[in-house]
Design a protein. Structure first.
Length: 191
DNA sequence: TGGGCGATTGGCT
DNA sequence: GCCAATCGCCCAC
């Protein structure tokens, strides 16, 4: 059975923003486990911040990081487990002009390079107008919902270590980052 | 109660 | 490649 994170690759994420709906196709995700994963926010148990991770699957976990960025997760584990999938990058499908505006790019509406709009967890949240107000919301209906897409074939999925978790000891090497092989919209560092 | 730090990003050398 | 920005969270004191 494919990993829950892998099953999200190729899915479409749509979001209602103040100026209309935007959509991206997921090209990069990371899996975070529960009490056995030192890299996971749930590793040290339930707190006010990560409470949603310990709730039932099918909900959004949104956290604030580095004093300026939000990151979006889909809770995947059963209630009490604390596992989730970090949404790291998407390929713009609809509303690229709005996403560029939300990203504060000067050339809004003009050509951008792959990854400029949603090629990173913080960038994707900015482009989709995601913040803590969405923490705990269901992921199958507005204002933010994920729809099935073309499933990724095994050979198209590249697994590599997760980004930015060097503090996690042995778990830092676990190959829980999944990306569509060769897709130009994935974040840096490239897998 | 306070200090260190982070599942990041963008700008500058 | 290096580093500042910027603040909520969490744990040690």
């Amino acid at each position: 059975v494919p990993h829950a994170a892998v099953r999200l690759l190729g899915c479409t994420v749509e979001a209602d923003t103040p100026d209309g709906t935007v959509a991206v196709r997921l090209v990069e995700v990371e899996a975070y486990r529960g009490a056995d994963d030192p890299a996971s926010h749930s590793f040290r148990g339930r707190t006010a911040r990560n409470a949603v991770m310990f709730g039932p699957p099918g909900h959004l976990y949104v956290y604030f990081i580095y004093g300026m960025h939000f990151c979006l997760n889909a809770v995947t584990g059963e209630a009490g487990v604390g596992s989730a999938v970090l949404i790291r990058a998407g390929e713009p499908l609809a509303g690229a002009v709005r996403m560029a505006e939300l990203r504060g790019l000067a050339a809004a509406g003009r050509a951008t390079r792959p990854g400029d709009l949603a090629g990173g967890p913080g960038k994707l949240c900015r482009a989709l107008a995601i913040d803590r107000a969405l923490d705990g919301a269901p992921l199958d209906r507005p204002p933010l919902w994920i729809e099935p897409g073309e499933p990724a074939a095994d050979g198209e999925v590249a697994a590599s270590p997760r980004v930015g978790v060097d503090y996690a000891g042995e778990a830092a090497a676990w190959p829980l980052r999944f990306a569509l092989r060769g897709n130009p919209h994935v974040s840096r560092p490239r897998p």
